[in-house]
Design a protein around this ligand. Sequence first.
Ligand SMILES: [Zn+2]
Length: 248
Amino acid sequence: MPISPQLIEELVTANRILAREGVVDSFGHVSVRHPDRRGHYLLSRARAPECIEAADLMEFAPDGAPVDAAGRTPYAERFIHGAVYGARPDVHAVVHNHSPSVIPFSITRAALAPVMHMCAGIGRGIPTWDSRTRFGDTNLLVTNMETARDLAAALGDRPVALMRGHGCVVAGGSLREVVFNSIYLQLNAELQLKAMALGEITFLSEGEIAAVMRTRSSFTFERAWEFWCRRAGRTYDVRPMEGPLARS
Ligand SMILES: [Zn+2]
């Protein structure tokens, strides 16, 4: 079955929003799980997210092999996406980014955790994956499945994992959810860095995080998505609350 044009446009929009909100620059990427082919995913060719068009989107097999490259060069770090989809049946979208606000928490012992209600979705106990632990001195890029599976194992069942001296990976049930959590992960990092200069931080408790998540509905993502579409110059496409498109 051909990919729906709505899903293609949704992935283009996700790229543009992440660029507009400063989560990605020339680098970083976002993918969506293929709706029909097990373990496959859709991801742009190697291009800055701000520039991505529908024709840039490619399908990849679980091992990162392009299904039909048609002369297009894939991202060197596409393996991150395949490894997370392989390990997490609940995940339908993945973001990898190098948000500058998040990096300090990947290179120190300061734990990144929710400090504000809108950021509750990033969860507590965010792990930091260090490529050096198992693979020694590398260029820090995740360019094969072995490294990507090690990263996915560090992520476990969480929504976020940091990558030491590199960036982070954000996994979730839909494109709108991973974009939401990527933007609020960045905001949380900025707020936490400011608060650290003032004194001891009071983080959200596990109970508060659970309470926020219980009362969060699809409408939360919709309201944010419409706003971010406007800022990115993209058409807002109202999503059904249930079904395959809701998981896109
Ligand atoms: Zn990277």
